[in-house]
Design a protein around this ligand. Structure first.
Ligand code: AMP
Ligand code: MG
Length: 403
């Protein structure tokens, strides 16, 4: 977890130097005990009870040594490959028994991510999404099956959240410096923000026969809040379709797991502390098939005069969202987890119960942007989340009436 630069990380098993050393010293100690016992047997040749006691001691040592060895063998590092994709770091990890497949699988996953990016990225001038902005006010643009599905899903979250998330937020994302052009050293003026706000309204996107049309020149769409989750789901489906059962895919904190890392274990995922990226606030044990996504103010931000502005924009005010430090969503697929985490980040702790009642079934962890840290969890999340001991008092249960 701590080594992974994404906001979430996993640890199926750890075969690190520490565990190797402790195994070696334990085995050495047990072996010397065994040797001492054997020496005693030869020093005092067989006499009834005496021999039985020494025999039992030897057996005990052997069993302990075997147990130690078995535990050490089960703690070997899982095969994992990292790659840069969709503007972030991705990791493909396979469970025990699939090590020889990790390289070809990673190559295929890379291809899947590239295809999704090709269609959906605002960073690529040749993507359907870029073309849509180019043709705003002029012509509708035909969408591929993939791009069509993602756009419709994103619009659904915009509707469910009453516009807290809004796919047409792109002009503001660009203005604040999160687009293709880097951030400027000063804040955008209120006037510039007002000017761009005129182009933001998801209800004006016109969908027809797998084409989309933006009616006003200057409007643009940003699917950055959901596209990575979608890419993870496509990669997940692919891995299963080729018969790999135990794996974990992580694309910048959008994670989906299948099976288990090794026999008798679940995939463990650490949730980063939104106030200190080098530590975690707790771990989640993931059931096979589930997905996890995190939206964090620390993930991408611009810093102007020492003040951080998060990359998620409130489409009502035109300013970066304040009040939320991190949101993690746990649910049945990565697209929903990603879309919902962005919407929940905007509505924050106050609006999350209302949104969760309308949204597809999901469990949530929310950390408000305040000190001391509070970790708000829905009941389902609390069942699988173990906070670090220092933060066990920071946990609060989120119910429709708890706020
Ligand atoms: P995520 O990290 O999944 O929460 O997505 C954040 C990304 O979503 C940003 O980098 C923008 O591309 C986009 N975005 C920012 N604000 C919004 C918003 N209010 N609604 C939808 N997408 C947004
Ligand atoms: Mg998201």
């Amino acid at each position: 977890m701590l080594k992974n630069p994404s906001n979430l990380s996993f640890r199926g098993a750890a075969g690190d130097e520490e565990s190797r050393k402790s195994f070696v010293s334990r085995a050495r100690f047990l072996a010397s005990l065994g040797m001492a016992a054997i020496t005693k047997v030869f020093q005092y040749p067989a006499r009834g009870l005496h021999l039985w006691i020494i025999g039992a001691a030897i057996m005990g040592c052997l069993l302990l040594a075997l147990g130690s060895a078995a535990r050490f063998l089960l703690r070997t590092e899982l095969p994992s490959r990292s790659l840069r994709s969709m503007g972030g770091l991705a990791t493909v990890t396979v469970g025990a028994g699939y090590s020889e497949r990790v390289d070809p699988l990673t190559a295929q996953v890379r291809g899947i991510f590239e295809r999704v990016e090709q269609e959906l990225s605002t960073y690529r001038s040749d993507s359907a999404i870029s073309l849509l902005a180019e043709k705003a006010g002029v012509d509708p643009v035909a969408f591929s099956e993939d791009a069509w599905r993602v756009l419709k899903l994103a619009l659904r979250f915009d509707e469910l959240s009453d516009g807290a998330s809004d796919v047409t937020v792109a002009p503001l994302v660009k203005l604040w410096g999160f687009g293709r052009t880097p951030a400027s050293a000063s804040l955008p003026s209120e006037e510039a923000i007002r000017e761009q706000l005129k182009f933001v309204d998801y209800r004006r996107v016109i969908l027809k026969d797998r084409t989309a049309f933006l009616p006003v020149k200057g409007m643009a769409v940003d699917l950055g809040g959901i596209a990575k989750g979608y890419a993870v789901d496509r990669a997940f489906d692919f891995c299963r379709s080729v018969g790999v059962e135990n794996f974990l895919i992580d694309l910048s904190g959008n994670i989906r797991v299948s099976g288990r890392p090794q026999w008798g274990k679940k995939w463990q995922i650490g949730v980063r502390n939104p106030f200190d990226r080098s530590s975690i606030i707790g771990k989640i044990a993931m059931r096979s098939g589930l997905a996890l996504a995190t939206s964090g103010s620390y993930e991408r931000f611009v810093e102007v005069m020492g003040q951080r502005y998060s990359h998620i924009i409130n489409p009502r005010t035109g300013f970066p969202v304040t009040g939320t430090a991190g949101v993690t969503v746990l649910c049945g697929d990565a697209t929903t987890a990603d879309g919902l985490s962005t919407s929940l980040f905007v509505v924050g702790l106050k609006g999350c119960s209302k949104l969760l009642q309308k949204a597809p079934p999901a469990d949530v962890l929310i950390v408000p942007d305040k000190y001391p840290i509070e970790i708000w969890l829905t009941r389902g999340f609390a069942e699988v989340f173990v906070p670090i001991p220092d933060l066990s008092n920071a946990v609060r249960i989120l119910t429709p009436t708890s706020l």
